[in-house]
Design a protein around this ligand. Structure first.
Ligand SMILES: Cc1cc2nc3c(=O)[nH]c(=O)nc-3n(C[C@H](O)[C@H](O)[C@H](O)COP(=O)(O)O)c2cc1C
Length: 167
C-alpha cells in the first residue's frame, strides 16, 4: 500500500542522493541535485536555487568544481548547506584543506574521492531551480579513494552504502 502526497515537502520520504560540495571560486555549497547529462562529451548538470549565493557566482564565473567527499565529512557538508557565501567565509569554516585550484580558480579539496572540473556550457530556469549544464573538462581521482560515498537522505539525514557487489 502507498500513501500519496502532492508535494515533496509534504511527503517526508527518504530520498537517497549523492551529496557533494560545489566549489565556485572560494565558496562551497552542499549539492545533491546533480546528474550526468552526456557521456561523450562528458557533461554534468547541477540544479541550483536562485536564492543561493552560488547561483550568482555560477552566472558570473561560469565554472565550478564538484567535489565528492566520503561519508565521514557529512557534518561539514551539512554546514555548507546551511550557511550562505555572501555572509560567511565558508571555506574557512569548513576547515577543509585544498589541494589547489583548477584552471578556473575553483577549490580542489584534498579530502575528495574525486572531483569534476566543470565549465558551464548551458543553463535554463525550470521551476524554482536553474539547471547549469557543464562540460567536465578534467576529472581528478584521489589515489586514496575511500569506499564510503556520502548519501543525503533529506531532512538532515545522511547514510553510506554498506554493500558493494559486482555482477
Ligand atoms: C546535503 C545538501 C544538499 C543540497 N543540495 C542542494 C542542491 O543541489 N541545490 C541547491 O540549490 N541547494 C542545495 N542545498 C542547499 C544549499 O546548500 C544551501 O542553501 C546553501 O546554504 C547555499 O549556499 P550558498 O548561499 O553559499 O550558495 C543542499 C543542502 C544540503 C544540506
Amino acid at each position: 500500500m502507498f500513501h500519496t502526497y502532492k508535494t515533496l515537502e509534504g511527503s517526508n520520504h527518504s530520498q537517497p542522493r549523492v551529496a557533494a560540495l560545489l566549489a565556485c571560486k572560494g565558496n562551497l555549497m552542499a549539492a545533491s541535485w546533480h546528474m550526468p547529462i552526456s557521456k561523450s562529451p562528458f557533461r554534468y548538470g547541477v540544479a541550483v536555487r536562485k536564492e543561493n549565493h552560488t547561483h550568482a557566482l555560477l552566472c558570473e564565473h561560469g565554472s565550478f568544481a564538484l567535489n565528492f567527499l566520503p561519508y565521514e565529512y557529512y557534518e561539514t557538508v551539512d554546514l555548507m548547506g546551511r550557511l550562505h557565501g555572501d555572509e560567511h567565509d565558508k571555506f574557512a569554516l569548513s576547515r577543509l584543506e585544498k589541494e589547489g585550484l583548477d584552471e578556473n580558480s575553483n577549490h580542489l579539496l584534498s579530502a575528495s574521492d574525486f572531483i569534476y572540473g566543470c565549465k558551464v556550457c548551458d543553463m535554463y530556469v525550470n521551476g524554482d531551480h536553474t539547471i547549469f549544464i557543464a562540460d567536465v573538462v578534467k576529472i581528478y581521482v584521489n589515489e586514496n579513494q575511500k569506499k564510503e560515498p556520502m548519501l543525503f537522505l533529506g531532512r538532515g539525514r545522511y547514510a553510506t552504502v554498506c554493500k558493494d557487489v559486482t555482477v
